[in-house]
Design a protein around this ligand. Sequence first.
Ligand code: DGJ
Length: 703
Amino acid sequence: MIKIFDNNYIRIDTKNNTLAFYIGGELPEIIYFGSKLKKKIDLTQLLGNTTITGVDMRDYILSQYGKEDFKEPSIKIKNSNKTFVSNFKYIDFKINKKLINNTSLPLSRNKKENICFILKDDINNITLEIYYSFFDNSDIISINSHLVNDGNKSIFINKIPSLQLELKTDQFNIYTFDGGWAQERMRHESIIKGGLFTNESRNGSSSNDHNPFVLLKNKFGYYGFNLMYSSNHKTSIEIDAFSHARIISGINDFMFEYKIKPHKDFLSPEAFMIFEKNQDTLSLEFHNFIQNHIVNPKYKHLLRPILMNNWEGTNFDFNEQKIIDIASVAKEVGAELFVLDDGWFGHRDNDNSSLGDWIDYKKKTGGIDILADKIKDLGLLFGIWIEPEMISEDSNLYQIHPEYTMKIPNRTPYLHRNQMMLDLTNKEVKNYVLNCLRNILNTTKANYIKWDYNRNFSDVYSPKYSANEYFHRYILNLYEIMDTITKEYKNVLFEGCAAGGSRFDLAILYYMPQIWASDNTDPYDRIKIQTGTSYAYHQVNMGAHVSASPNWFTKRNFSLQTRFNVACGGNLGYELDPTKFTKKEKEIVKKQIEFYKQNRELFQYGEMIYFKDVYKNDIGGFIVLNKKHQEGFIVLTSPSLINNISIKIPLLSSKKKYHLSGVDIKYDEIIHGNKIDLYNLFNNIEDKANYDLYSVMIKLNIA
Ligand code: DGJ
């Protein structure tokens, strides 16, 4: 796959694309990245005008401050003499050089091959290796770098690239996935023709403010970028007066200054980039990549259990009997896993106390080990909630070890949800957290853990490390905890959660194959959140639950049919008090679960694409098809019952015939091609009450 021409040109072909480098200059240059080039193409033609020598006019793989490049640089180093000038020059390249992995950063699995460019700043005595890795049967390319301080004095990294890509374009449409609590990954479109655009997080998590995934579109097609990192990230896009676009992605340089002692090194997180002509293909490539190269291989195709979680049903207000009652109905309707959420430990009856004291609240649970057994005796798997990175002021842990808290001496720490964070950069705290997790898992023999994280960083301080190193050190230790515990408890299914979906990223997915997408379970909002999430993440990665109506958060009403249809666009669960079901509702839910079990493989692992822009926002629904595109389901959602439009369904061929039949409505039709008329379709819905969103589910077979 990696081919060298005339000693100075390197060409790599992925499934549909070509990436080409020129290595005859001061630094390697990317001379082409896009759809696959003809086999015999003369690569010298791609080099462009070599008489243009300005460093900011070449398409180098690295940009550094100190010459005449005043655009956003990808590397910033404070040298031992306190200067910021770097002068990395190309030394050599190596194919399939083993990546030194001396940190706990998660890295993508099963790489096929890589090419590593070795650069050296002789004056400051620093080596930088930039890795481009490739995968079988995928268009995704991984890029990261490894820096070694070969000198005998410490240096400081202020910025280190995961990825730098230079492209020629006069315009990009930029799609970012931004939001906040209960409004995660809302798609926004910006247009950049010149200037600088950044997508970044600063709160210590990958964040619900701005997900690390960025999508760019120009006249050639779509470029997707994602970073495998759960802390402060930054992707910048800069277009100059000569239509040179520079894309840089990596750890955010905001509050970042990392000391590298002599002969020590630093590895940057992996960034991934892809080009596709078609946006849906780009999403499917990311979905497959996550399943094949990010999540634990055990979960690649493993069918996920249908869960019942008590959080929205009870909040903190439960006791042993209430939980048994909920679990009993869960079993009766066909759920497979019961998840006991927040409130089972310490003396936690509200969010004021007990985080850090992961000891059974016996008065409430009747003994967490006994309760777990009783749930299992019902024939259900048992899952439990924990928020291991946190501490409450009102906790035994805080009384005994206030120094475990992330806070600054002589300064009152900022509380969010009445809680503070633990200082995971402290080894003792790391071990405490690990032991708490072990203790819970050993006591309850839980089959599932929901790992929550309900606030972000403030009062960053460590007696040992500078605040500028804190964010990265924290995340490395968090990864170490996640790595250790998921390896020790191989059979436990872990689900990530962060006040809903505020830490939804590739690194968390490396340890935990599913993540709770949002605390917002209102189908109208949820379909938008799931649509945004689906641009870069697989449907089986996103927890999606049927909850009660009216919705606890928005107070809006939805039919049980719509709540279920929307939840089928993710990893299905229920989150309500099922003891409140009417007889009719219980029967409906039983049927829903039975139906889902029969089609689980398809819903969880089929090719799923959400519809965009059907109603000028992302509330159109989705299609899921089997690999051969011969059968599947379409969920259509609509804000009204009268819908005089016709929509083009992604993944369907314009040349084939399809048989459509209603799953939850009376409907039967053969269509020629990929357009569906919604005229009167929604009028076939039986429950015509006044809802904010209506939906229909349709089965599709090739006719
Ligand atoms: C936030 C989560 O997203 C919810 O699902 C629930 O677990 C609460 N935290 C519990 O405090």
